[in-house]
Write a protein that binds this ligand. Structure first.
Ligand code: AKG
Ligand code: FE2
Length: 298
C-alpha cells in the first residue's frame, strides 16, 4: 500500500468546519478523499435498529435460510454481470430496504410509486425511534455552507426514495467502480441529472467482522473517465493502480460513523465473511457549486 497524502476530513462537524470552511466543495474537486463524521448516530440506536428490522422481517440473521431465497435486486445482478460474474451462481447476497434509482429508474412510474411506499414504510419504522435519515440530512446541511438539503424531487413534486438500507451477507463485495446518474446511467429524464457532482453518504449500522478484520470502503485517488471503462470491465484496475501509482484511502468505520465521498472517484468495498452481515444506510447526493439546492436520493 503506497503512503497516501490524500487527506480525509474527520471527527465532528465543528472540527471538520474548523479544518476546512467549504468541505463539500473540497469533496467535489477531489481535494479530500472523504468526510467522516464519527459517532453521528448513537451506537446503541444502530443495534436497536438492526433488531427492529429483523423483528419486522425486513432483514434476517446471517444463518436464516430466507436470506438465500431472497431475490437479488436488479442493480446487483447488473453489477455482477458488469464484473463478469454469474449473479445466480453467486452465494453473495444483499437485501435492500428502500427504493433504488439504479434499480428501478428505467421505469419512471414504477420508480416513483415504489418511492412513495418507501416514504410510508420509513414513516412507520421511525415513528418511535431515532431516525438515521434525519442524521444524514442534518449532517449534510451543516457542511453545506447555506445550501438547502432536500430529498430529490422532480419539478412536479414527485419524490425519490430518501435513503436505502443495504444489508450485505456472506462476504458481499463491491469491486472497483464509480457511480453517476449522469455519466454511467445517463438518466437525463431525471432532475438529478443536472448536478455536476455525485457523492455518497453512508452511515455504518453494523460491521461484518472476521478474525478482527472488517469490511471497509476504499477510495482511490482516480476520477472515472471514459477510457477507464475498459480497465474496470476487464478487471484490470489493480494493475492500472500499480502502474500509475494511484493513492487510496481506506475509511474504517464503526457503527454510528457516517462518511461522505465523491462517487466519481473509483471506489470499492472488499467483502469480509463475518458472523454478522454488513449493514449500512446509503444515500446518493447531487451537488454543484453553483446550485443552491443539494438533492439526496437512493
Ligand atoms: O457501502 C459502502 O460503503 C459504499 C457502497 C457503494 O459503493 C455503493 O453503494 O455504490
Ligand atoms: Fe459505489
Amino acid at each position: 500500500m503506497s503512503e497516501t497524502t490524500w487527506p480525509c476530513l474527520q471527527d465532528n462537524i465543528d472540527a471538520i468546519l474548523a479544518d476546512c470552511s467549504q468541505p463539500l466543495h473540497a469533496l467535489a474537486n477531489g481535494e479530500v478523499a472523504a468526510i467522516i463524521i464519527r459517532r453521528a448516530f448513537p451506537q446503541s440506536e444502530c443495534a436497536s435498529l438492526i433488531q427492529h428490522l429483523i423483528a419486522e422481517e425486513l432483514m434476517f440473521d446471517s444463518d436464516d435460510e430466507r436470506v438465500s431465497s431472497h431475490a437479488l435486486p436488479t442493480d446487483v445482478v447488473d453489477q455482477f454481470t458488469r464484473q463478469g460474474l454469474n449473479p445466480t451462481a453467486s452465494q453473495r447476497k444483499r437485501i435492500d430496504i428502500g427504493t433504488s434509482l439504479g434499480n428501478l429508474g428505467g421505469d419512471q412510474e414504477r420508480f416513483f410509486k415504489d418511492a412513495e411506499q418507501t416514504h410510508a414504510l420509513f414513516k412507520r419504522l421511525f415513528e418511535n425511534r431515532a431516525n438515521p435519515i434525519t442524521t444524514v440530512y442534518e449532517a449534510l446541511s451543516a457542511l453545506a455552507n447555506g445550501k438547502q438539503v432536500i430529498t430529490a424531487r422532480e419539478s412536479d413534486g414527485r419524490e425519490y426514495g430518501p435513503a436505502i438500507f443495504r444489508i450485505h451477507y456472506g462476504g458481499y463485495t463491491y469491486g472497483p467502480h464509480f457511480d453517476s446518474v449522469r455519466l454511467r446511467e445517463a438518466r437525463s429524464q431525471y432532475e438529478v441529472y443536472k448536478f455536476e457532482h455525485q457523492f455518497a453518504g453512508v452511515l455504518c449500522l453494523q460491521n461484518a467482522t472476521s478474525e478482527g478484520v472488517t469490511a471497509q470502503g476504499i477510495i482511490h485517488r482516480q476520477r472515472w473517465y471514459p477510457e477507464l471503462e475498459a480497465v474496470l470491465k476487464g478487471k484490470r484496475f489493480y494493475e492500472y493502480q500499480q502502474t500509475n501509482d494511484i493513492e487510496h484511502v481506506q475509511v474504517d468505520l464503526e457503527p454510528g460513523d457516517l462518511y461522505f465521498f465523491n462517487t466519481g472517484m473509483i471506489h470499492e468495498v472488499p467483502g469480509v465473511e463475518g458472523d454478522l452481515p454488513r449493514a449500512v444506510m446509503a444515500t446518493f447526493i447531487g451537488y454543484s457549486d453553483d446550485q443552491s439546492e443539494i438533492m439526496v436520493w437512493s
